[in-house]
Ligand binder design. Structure first.
Ligand code: AMP
Ligand code: MG
Length: 884
C-alpha cells in the first residue's frame, strides 16, 4: 500500500484503508503524500481523528470550528511576504554560507554509485546508554549548545573522518511553524536547511561544537527560504546520481509523541518500516529522556547492512570519547570499537609463518635445489638448455672469479646484460660472491646508466662485449661474460660457500625520484628469501612448472620470476630480447616451450585479454597460472578475461612497490562462479603475504575503518633497508611501526590509497604525483625537473592522461621564454622536437612525454594553485614509445 504511487495531478493525496483482521481487530492504513503533510501534520491529524471519532461515535457533530486559515492562504501569504528585500536578505545569507561548498560528500560506499539515484533503503538502529546520553547532555550544557548541535557535531566529525573532507554539508529539517496561525494546519511546512561546517585547521571537539552552534543558529535565523527556492537560486551542478547540495541528513526528535486514546478501543501505532532511503544516509535520533535511540537510514544500493551497523558503532565510540574529553582533536578521536581494531591490526595481519630457510641467503636455496635435481632443466633460452647442475657450476665459477677481483660482502656489481642465460649466471654469480647486483637496462640512455653506476658506487660492471659501447670509459672495472668466459671457466665449479648474512644486500633497483634524481632501493637477502618462499606458496608454484621470464632485469618482477622458479626446481623460459612483445609472439613462445606460468605487467595483460577476446583465441592449454601486477587492473578487463580468454586459468593480482620486495599483497582473482569481486567495482589487490603486514591509515597514522580509504603502510619482513645513501628520504618513507612490539620495526609509506572491502584490499589511487604508464613507475616531478632544465623552458608541468585510444601517456605543458625570448614566441632552440631529443639522452623512453603543449601561462585555480583539470588535451602525435 505504501509503495503505490499517488497521482499528483488528480489526487486525492491521502488514502485510508480499514483492514478487518477479526471482528474486534482492525488495522487502519493511512497513506499520504509528503506534499500534503509533514511530521507535525501527523500529530495534528492524529489528535483531530481522535476527537472526531469520539464525537461521531456518540452521534455528535464535529467539535471543530472552521479553520481561520488554510494551507493555500499560507502559501499565498508566504509568496507575498517572501520577496524583495526580505527574500534578498535571506538569500544573501545562504549564498555567503554556501559559496564554494563541495558539490558532494564522497562517502565510501560498498558498491559503485548507480548513475541515477535509487531510493532503495533500509535502516539500522541502536540505543545509546543512559550514561553516554547524560554525558552528551552535560557536554551540551557546558558548551552552551543543544543536544541537537552536539550530535550533529559528532555526526559531521564522523563524516569528515570517512571522507577526508574538511568541508562537510548535512541537511536538517525544521518544522517551520514559526507562526501561531499555522500550528493547527495540515500541510507541507517543513523545510530543509543546509548546514555546512568547516572542519579545517584541526579543531578540538569543543571548537567544532562552537562552529556547529554558529552554523545552526545562523541557519535557524534564515530558515524561511524554501529549499527548492535555494536550489533554484544556487544552481548547483545537476547530477542525477545524487541529491543537490547535500546527500546526508540529520534529525533529532523528542519522544514525547502523545499516546492516542479512544474510548472503548485499545489503540496502538504500528510503524510501517519503509524500504526507502530519500538520501544516501539519514541519521535519526529520538531522545527518550533516559537514552537515545539512534537509527541510520541508508541507501541499500550503496551500503550493506553491516556497514550501516559499523557506522553507528563508530559514531558511538567517537561521541563517547568526545563527551569524555572535548579538548581532544576531532581528527584523533577514536572510531573503532575494540573488535574492529583487532580485526584491522591483528587478524588481517596474522600472516606469521616460519620458514626453515629464512636465515639463509637466496643463492643457497638455489644450491639446495641444484643438489636435489641436478639434471632438471633450469633455464631454456635461444641458445639451448642449462641444467640446474650446469647453471650452478657456471655461477660458482663466476663467483670465484669476481672474488679475485675484490667483489665481496656489501660490494655492488652493475649488471648490464641482455635477457639470456648469461644474465642468470651473472646474477647468481654475483650473489654467491657475497655481493649485491644493480641491474642496468641496456635500453636506458647512457647518462642514466652512468648515473646509476656512479651513485651505487659499483665495484665492477658485469656486461657483454657488444654492450661495452654503452658505457665508454665509465666503469672502473669490467667483466664480460662472453669475452672473459675462458678465464672464468678455469675456476672451480663447486659451491664456494662464501658467507652471506641475511641482512646483506641482494640487489639495488633504481626507481624514479620526485626531486629529479632516481633513487636506489636496497633489498636484503632476508627480504628476498621471505618474499620468494611466501610467493612460491601463494602462487602454488611447483617443480613441473615452466615459467616465462618476461620482465626486464631492471625491475624487481624479474627477481620474482627468477628466484621463485629456481628455488622450487621449475624451469625458467627466457623470452627474446626485443623490446616490444606481441601477443602472437607470446602465444608462440608458450606453445613452443609448454609454458605453464606467466608473470605479466598488468598493462600487458590488459592488451592480451583484449586480443584474446577480440580474436576469440585462448591461451595454450599448458598455461595454468597467470600472475599480473604493477598497476591498477581494470574491472572491465577482468570481466572480459573471465567471460572468454581466461577460462579456467588461475589469475592472481600481485601488488607491491619496489621498496617492499616485489609484492606485498596478492589476490586470487580466479572466477568463483559468484562474480562478486567484479561487481564490487575495483579489482582487489588482496591480503598481505606471509610475514608481511598491511595497514590502512589516515594522516594521523590511525587505522581507518573497514571500507574507508586511507594510505597503505607495509611492514614486516618485506621492507627494503632503505634508499642507498639517502638517509633523509629513507627516514621520510620508512617510519617507526606503532603497532609492533618489536624494537626498531618500521612501516613503509607506500603513497597508495587503498581500502579494505570484502576482506581484501582495494587499490584506489595515489596520494602524490607518482603515476604508472604502461606499468612503468614514474615520478612526474622527475620529468618536470628534467624539462625545466631545457633551453627556453620557463615552467613545465607533466601529467599522465588518456589518449584517444584510452592509453595513458605523458603530456608536458610548457611555458616558454625568458628574458632573452625573441618576438617569435619562444626562445632559441625551445621546440618540442628539441626537448624530446634532449630528454631522451637523460630519461628512459617511457619517461619522455608523448606530447608537448606550449602555453602562454599555466591555468590557475582561484586560490592560485595549478588547475590541472584546466590543462587542455594535446594534439596526439605519433610519439608512442615502445612497450618494455
Ligand atoms: P613498482 O615499484 O614499480 O613496483 O611500483 C609500485 C607501484 O605500482 C605501487 O605503489 C602502486 O602504485 C602500483 N601497483 C603495483 N601493483 C599494483 C596492483 N596490482 N594494482 C594497483 N597498483 C599497483
Ligand atoms: Mg612492484
Amino acid at each position: 500500500e505504501g509503495a503505490r504511487p499517488f497521482d499528483l495531478a488528480r489526487g486525492p493525496l491521502l488514502r485510508a484503508h480499514l483492514l478487518r483482521l477479526a471482528d474486534d481487530d482492525h488495522a487502519l492504513l493511512l497513506t499520504m503524500h509528503h506534499i500534503v503533510s509533514d511530521g507535525w501534520s501527523m500529530g495534528v491529524l492524529g489528535r483531530e481523528m481522535v476527537a472526531l471519532y469520539d464525537s461521531f461515535s456518540r452521534g455528535e457533530a464535529s467539535p471543530f470550528e472552521e479553520l481561520a486559515v488554510q494551507y493555500g492562504d499560507y502559501a499565498r501569504w508566504q509568496r507575498g511576504w517572501l520577496q524583495g528585500e526580505v527574500l534578498e536578505r535571506q538569500l544573501a545569507y545562504w549564498r555567503g554560507q554556501l559559496v564554494g561548498a563541495p558539490p558532494m560528500l564522497e562517502l565510501p560506499t560498498d558498491r559503485p554509485r548507480p548513475p541515477v539515484q535509487t531510493y532503495h533503503g533500509a535502516s539500522h538502529a541502536v540505543e545509546f546508554s543512559a550514561e553516554l546520553t547524560s554525558g552528551l547532555r552535560a557536554l551540551a550544557r557546558s558548551e552552551g549548545a543543544t543536544m541537537f548541535m552536539t550530535l550533529l557535531a559528532g555526526f559531521q566529525a564522523l563524516l569528515s573522518r570517512y571522507t577526508h573532507q574538511q568541508d562537510v554539508v548535512v541537511g536538517v529539517d525544521v518544522a517551520n511553524r514559526t507562526r501561531l496561525e499555522t500550528e493547527g494546519l495540515i500541510g507541507f511546512f517543513v523545510n530543509m536547511l543546509v548546514l555546512r561546517t568547516d572542519l579545517s585547521g584541526s579543531p578540538t571537539f569543543r571548537e567544532l561544537l562552537g562552529r556547529v552552534r554558529e552554523v545552526t543558529l545562523g541557519a535557524y535565523a534564515h530558515q524561511d527560504v524554501p529549499f527548492e527556492k535555494l536550489v533554484e537560486e544556487l544552481q548547483p551542478v545537476r547530477d542525477l546520481s545524487r541529491t543537490p547540495l547535500f546527500q546526508v541528513v540529520f534529525g533529532l526528535q523528542n519522544a514525547r509523541r502523545e499516546q492516542l486514546q479512544l474510548e472503548g478501543l485499545e489503540l496502538g501505532a504500528s510503524h510501517a518500516e519503509g524500504q526507502i532511503a530519500k538520501f544516501d544516509l539519514t541519521l535519526n535520533v529520538v531522545d527518550r529522556g533516559e537514552g537515545l535511540t539512534v537509527s541510520l537510514e541508508y541507501n541499500t544500493d550503496l551500503f550493506d547492512a553491516s556497514t550501516a551497523a559499523r557506522m553507528l558503532g563508530h559514531l558511538e565510540r567517537l561521541l563517547q570519547a568526545a563527551a569524555g574529553d572535548p579538548s581532544r582533536l576531532v581528527a584523533q578521536l577514536p572510531l573503532l570499537p575494540e573488535a574492529e581494531r583487532r580485526l584491522l591490526l591483528e587478524e588481517f595481519n596474522a600472516t606469521g609463518a616460519e620458514f626453515a630457510e629464512a636465515a639463509r641467503p637466496i643463492h643457497e636455496l638455489f644450491e639446495r635445489q641444484a643438489a636435489l635435481t641436478p639434471d632438471a632443466v633450469a633455464v631454456v633460452s635461444e641458445a639451448g638448455r642449462l641444467s640446474y647442475a650446469e647453471l650452478n657450476r657456471r655461477a660458482n665459477k663466476l663467483a670465484r672469479h669476481l672474488r679475485r677481483l675484490g667483489v665481496g660482502p656489501e660490494t655492488l656489481v652493475g649488471v648490464l646484460l641482455e635477457r639470456a642465460a648469461g644474465a642468470i649466471v651473472g646474477l647468481l654469480g654475483i650473489l654467491k660472491a657475497g655481493a649485491g647486483y644493480v641491474p642496468l637496462d641496456p635500453a636506458y640512455p647512457q647518462q642514466r646508466l652512468a648515473f646509476m653506476l656512479e651513485d651505487a658506487g659499483a665495484h665492477l660492471l658485469l656486461t657483454e662485449q657488444r654492450l661495452l659501447g654503452l658505457l665508454p670509459g665509465r666503469a672502473a672495472r669490467v667483466v664480460c661474460v662472453d669475452r672473459d668466459w675462458e678465464r672464468i671457466e678455469r675456476e672451480d665449479g663447486a659451491n664456494p660457500g662464501y658467507e652471506t648474512r641475511p641482512e646483506s644486500t641482494a640487489y639495488i633497483i633504481y626507481t624514479s625520484g620526485s626531486t629529479g634524481i632516481p633513487k636506489g632501493v636496497m633489498i636484503e637477502h632476508r627480504s628476498l628469501v621471505n618474499f620468494t618462499l611466501a610467493a612460491t606458496a601463494a602462487y602454488g608454484l611447483r617443480p613441473s612448472d615452466r615459467l616465462l621470464q618476461f620482465s626486464s632485469l631492471s625491475f624487481d618482477t624479474a627477481a620474482e620470476e627468477i628466484f621463485t622458479c629456481l628455488t622450487v626446481g621449475a624451469t625458467l623460459v627466457l623470452r627474446t630480447a626485443e623490446v616490444s612483445y606481441s601477443v602472437d609472439a607470446l602465444l608462440e613462445k608458450c606453445r613452443e616451450h609448454e609454458v605453464t606460468v606467466l608473470d605479466l605487467p598488468t598493462a600487458y595483460w590488459h592488451e592480451l585479454t583484449w586480443e584474446l577476446s577480440s580474436w576469440n583465441l585462448s591461451l595454450p592449454a599448458t598455461v595454468r597460472l597467470v600472475i599480473v601486477g604493477g598497476e591498477r587492473a581494470l574491472p572491465e578487463r577482468l570481466s572480459m578475461w573471465r567471460r572468454s580468454a581466461g577460462g579456467d586459468v588461475r589469475l592472481m593480482n600481485s601488488y607491491g612497490p619496489t621498496e617492499t620486495t616485489v609484492a606485498a599483497t596478492v589476490s586470487d582473482l580466479t572466477a568463483r562462479g559468484d562474480e562478486e569481486k567484479v561487481s564490487l567495482g575495483e579489482v582487489p589487490i588482496g591480503r598481505p603475504l606471509a610475514n608481511v603486514k598491511a595497514y590502512v591509515l589516515d594522516s594521523n597514522v590511525l587505522p581507518v575503518p573497514v571500507g574507508v580509504a586511507g594510505e597503505l603502510y607495509v611492514g614486516g619482513a618485506a621492507l627494503a633497508r632503505g634508499y642507498l645513501r639517502r638517509p633523509g628520504l629513507t627516514a621520510e618513507r620508512f617510519t617507526p611501526d606503532p603497532f609492533s612490539a618489536e624494537a626498531g620495526a618500521r612501516l613503509y609509506r607506500t603513497g597508495d590509497v587503498v581500502r579494505l572491502a570484502g576482506g581484501e584490499l582495494e587499490y584506489l589511487g595515489r596520494t602524490d604525483a607518482q603515476v604508472k604508464v604502461r606499468g612503468y613507475r614514474i615520478e612526474l616531478g622527475e620529468v618536470e625537473s628534467a624539462l625545466r632544465e631545457q633551453e627556453g623552458v620557463r615552467e613545465a608541468v607533466v601529467i599522465a592522461r588518456e589518449d584517444e585510444a584510452g592509453d595513458k601517456r605523458l603530456v608536458a605543458y610548457v611555458v616558454t621564454g625568458g628574458d632573452d625570448a625573441g618576438g617569435d614566441g619562444g626562445a632559441e632552440g625551445g621546440t618540442p622536437a628539441r626537448w624530446r631529443s634532449t630528454l631522451r639522452e637523460r630519461l628512459p623512453d617511457y619517461m619522455v612525454p608523448s606530447a608537448f603543449v606550449v602555453m602562454e601561462s599555466l591555468p590557475l585555480t582561484p586560490s592560485g594553485k595549478l588547475d590541472r583539470r584546466a590543462l587542455p588535451a594535446p594534439e596526439w602525435g605519433a610519439g608512442r614509445v615502445a612497450e618494455g
